[in-house]
Design a protein around this ligand. Structure first.
Ligand SMILES: [Zn+2]
Length: 66
């Protein structure tokens, strides 16, 4: 996953925000979301996608469109 690569690359940079890709239902979405690594880890450990404002997480979008 692209975000895992970003995470590894910036691991040593500490608490400053870094850009991650939006993980919404649109697989082509490349919206940058700036988060400290700690916040990204919080999302991933909780099983939550990181989403740009107004972007829907995958299963929710599928439910709404289906
Ligand atoms: Zn998105």
């Amino acid at each position: 996953m692209a975000n895992e690569t970003i995470r590894a690359a910036v691991r040593a940079q500490g608490r400053q925000p870094v850009p991650f890709f939006c993980e919404c239902a649109d697989l082509g979405c490349r919206q940058a979301i700036w988060l400290p690594l700690e916040d990204y880890d919080h999302h991933t450990q909780a099983g939550e996608p990181i989403l740009a404002d107004g972007h829907a997480r995958g299963h929710l979008a599928a439910a709404l469109s289906g």
